[in-house]
Design a protein around this ligand. Sequence first.
Ligand code: NDP
Length: 327
Amino acid sequence: MTFRALLLSQADKAVSSEITELDESQLPDGNVTVDVAYSTLNYKDGMILNGVGRLVRDYPHVPGIDFSGVVSASNDDRYVEGDRVVLTGWRVGEAHWGGYAEKARVNADWLVKLPEGLSELDAMSVGTAGLTSMLAMQSLEEQGVGSQPVLVTGAAGGVGSVAVHLLAQAGYEVAASTGRPETSEYLTQLGAKQIVSRQELAELPSGPLSSERWGGCIDAVGDTTLAHVLTEMEYGSSVAACGLAGGNALDTTVIPFLLRGVNLLGIDSVMCPFEKRVQAWGRLDELLNRDVLSAMTTTVGLADVPHLGSEILAGKVQGRTVIDLNK
Ligand code: NDP
């Protein structure tokens, strides 16, 4: 029995993709096989589809850093045929074939059983971006959130959109920073109370400290934006650094840390321990408003993926993009 997959190949350092038929004997080693229902498009998938950053070393390769679906075969006691599962991280879609195929074979340790209340579509509307946002919010809460609004940067993107909604659902006043003013209404619908222009935060700060504006921050952008935000944090508050859509440099001083007790928290959803993942998925199930989740999600088919991979690198994709493997 064959199944459809988006397969990447490399020739003369250029990466190209085609939709092709594979059979199960071609799948990589693993003790659980999953009928993939949905996967998603993330910034990292954009990099992989365009051969940016040498994240993939072995070709041919099936990308897709996350997926949801139903177990079709298992050699592991924890899973039986019919279990509904989600997978994010563990370098699946980079070092191991991922979710842009109707079937995936993986290590059972990488899977999480879906909470009752989350459908396979909900799970991928959330996806890696949503799990990352939840881990970031939990890290901020562990340190304590201040009284000023909580800022989200790169707000109209995948991580940003889910972060805005989760923070609002948890009762925080959210400020959303975007370079796309036309997304203001969308961000307000997700729960933002204030829209901040990307430009305002992207300039390097004029001094080591500025007025205290933010009681916490989930940052998907990095670079000068992160350097700027650090100077505006409330005393004792934290920035959860998730991403580098604006670049991976960080030109700052130690002053915000010394004189304002600011915490810079690193968020990694890739190698996040199993217990923390299960807890995060459970809280996502509790907090997410399904109508808002579907409003931030666009569903496409496998054939749309190569084009969208370039769009996401150009910062042109809004919210979450789910790939329906049956479309
Ligand atoms: P998206 O492309 O969906 O969102 C990124 C957003 O950042 C864009 O929508 C845009 O928001 C803003 N942006 C893009 N380019 C620039 C720029 N040059 N300068 C300033 N802002 C910019 O990507 P994701 O949400 O999927 O990922 C965001 C980041 O988080 C990526 O760097 C990704 O690698 C990282 N990430 C990290 C994870 C982790 O475990 N730590 C997990 C998942 C993602 P707007 O239009 O609103 O300005």
